[in-house]
Ligand binder design. Sequence first.
Ligand SMILES: [Zn+2]
Length: 462
Amino acid sequence: MKYVNSRWLIALLLLGTRTMAEPQLSLLGPAAPPLGRGWIVVHAGSLLAMPGTAPTRNQTVIIEDGRIKEIRGGFAMPAEIPGAAGAVVADLSHEFVMPGLIDAHVHLENALPTSGNPLEQTLAGFTNTEADIAFAAAENARTVLNNGFTTVRGAGDLTDTVGFALKRAIKAGRVVAPRLLQAGKPVGPTGTQGDPRGYRPEFMGVMTASFADRICEGVDACRQAVRHRVNLGSDVIKVKASGGVQVLLPGYPDAEFTDDELRAIVQTAHQLGRKVMAHAISNRSTKAALRAGVDSIEHGNVLDDEAIRLFKEKGAWLVPTLSAPHDWAEQSASRGVPEDQAKQIYVGTLESFRKAHAAGVKIAFGTDVGYSPHSREPLEFLWMVRGGMSPAEAIWSATIGSAELLGVSADVGTIQPGKVADLVATSGDPLGDINQMTKIDFVMQGGIIRKSVAVGAIGNEK
Ligand SMILES: [Zn+2]
């Protein structure tokens, strides 16, 4: 019996070693769905292969086993392509084709109440089991993929089970979802965003206990929290450098890490090969996180000249998530926030964004969907253009920019030979009219057609 037990132990240890050895940051590691098989020939009426450069007319994108093999001028037929006889042809000859989009800030576990009533969402925190959350996450992932986002970064979850299980299901091809880099639960100080307050004392113990694994206090505990997250499988560490958007309202309490706690988090994460994304609403928390060396500031609603200087000095990215304050201002009445104050926060955020963009701060695309409805994800493009970006720059940020921030540029972000075949299309030219980004009618992910609405014929050509 003892012998059997030790054999089990050895097997478990070997299994553990194998799991640890997997390249967790590789795009085609745990988070990527299987690639398509065989040949596909795409006829693109306009092709924006490299966002930031001009699109080209009438191009053929040749795909083999989920990766781009070649791009040719004109519309080539499978018979003219060595090895491609019998390939599927996707006729996008009247479409504008671009790389699959990348959202660097999503919350797939969050299901918003259809009524828009925030109290209903609070109640869901008491009633929803992890199984309920899993069904919502799968549905949200599908919505996001249909929006044209073939790769996303999960920016903080409610559970440490659903998001990581979703990653495994994506890798196994069990669910149709974007490629997923995953933060899991964020780490923050006591009193951070989401840390319960305002309940009856007899409930507070239960509430804070369920939140406790998201809290760290002091340098050693914060180092340990990061190591724990990496051990659970976090591809990136999400740190709460400030509380929620409410901290910009007068008299609302905030909780912030000390500088040495922030430095310990960043140093430990980097040592373990993980980037750090910092949720930072206030100006003070943004600058503290930048000084500590985080890789990206999420939200960054209040940016002064010093913050802009720090972004540039540190080479950090801004992920503006303009949709969040926009929608928050829109729903101010149901949240009991004075409308003028909420609107002022949105306008101020847009001004900070304008300033960062004008100064040449690196800006990646992120929406914070889950706090606004997943179906509204593409509206972020409109707000970015409203904040001074050209449509071309907004599309760059959602492709090349986000790919660079996520560390996945080797595989996605452009349409080039060798890259994974992630392509999306829309009927009009989004460089002329950014509203086209809300009308993505074709999505291909890793050489698999995930969505095809009102586009030309898709069929076999001998
Ligand atoms: Zn968020």
